[in-house]
Design a protein around this ligand. Structure first.
Ligand code: ADP
Length: 190
């Protein structure tokens, strides 16, 4: 199995690349952001809860996020592997992921972090906000808060996998195809 954590700050291109990687490697794409947006779109209790945090650019609490992720993995055991996009976003989430994969007799193959600088991120997200309909994409203060949360809570997940030689960086600046090729070159070494 290939179990890839596609990592990096908001707006670093994880979703775009995940869509292409899924096709090439026949993996199941699990995006916690997409799962939350689905719940919010249907105005479910989980969606309402998530919205309180997402609209401020904060992380949705682990008790909501981890359960949702684990359910999604358990519901899809017969796949060639998973791409985790937007998860794990803190160490507790990483530990929960390791645990559920271990229970399934597998493990994280590697984490790849897309490197994109702050100003490029703000530019990309504001641009995406024009068409995404995402309330968290339109306000520069919310975007900057998401970047701060990334640096404070999420970036340590990289250091969590690094000692096991499972954390890698890939330059996230360039054309979609160039970045895709860089990712594939790394994945092919897993
Ligand atoms: P981004 O483009 O910022 O990476 P996502 O679509 O991955 O956006 O996530 C949007 C929002 O959903 C995040 O800012 C956060 O509030 C919430 N979210 C997504 N994944 C998680 C997670 N693993 N833990 C907590 N909150 C999450």
């Amino acid at each position: 199995m290939i179990n890839l954590i596609l990592f990096g700050p908001p707006g670093s291109g994880k979703g775009t690349q995940a869509t292409k990687l899924v096709e090439k490697y026949e993996l199941l794409h699990i995006s916690t952001g997409d799962l939350f947006r689905y719940e919010m779109g249907n105005d479910t209790p989980l969606g309402k809860k998530a919205k309180e945090y997402i609209s401020k650019g904060e992380l949705v609490p682990d008790e909501v996020t981890i359960g949702m992720l684990v359910n999604k993995v358990i519901a899809n055991p017969d796949v060639k592997g998973y791409i985790f996009d937007g998860y794990p976003r803190n160490i507790d989430q990483a530990e929960a992921l390791d645990k559920i994969l271990a229970e399934m007799g597998t493990e994280v193959s590697g984490l790849i972090s897309l490197q994109v600088d702050d100003e490029e991120i703000v530019k990309r997200i504001l641009n995406r906000g024009k068409t995404s309909g995402r309330s968290d994409d339109n306000d520069e203060n919310i975007i900057r808060n998401r970047i701060e949360v990334y640096k404070g809570e999420t970036r340590p997940v990289f250091d969590f996998y690094a000692p096991r030689d499972k954390a890698f960086e890939v330059d996230g600046i360039g054309s979609i195809e160039e970045i895709f090729d860089r990712l594939c070159a790394r994945i092919d070494q897993f």
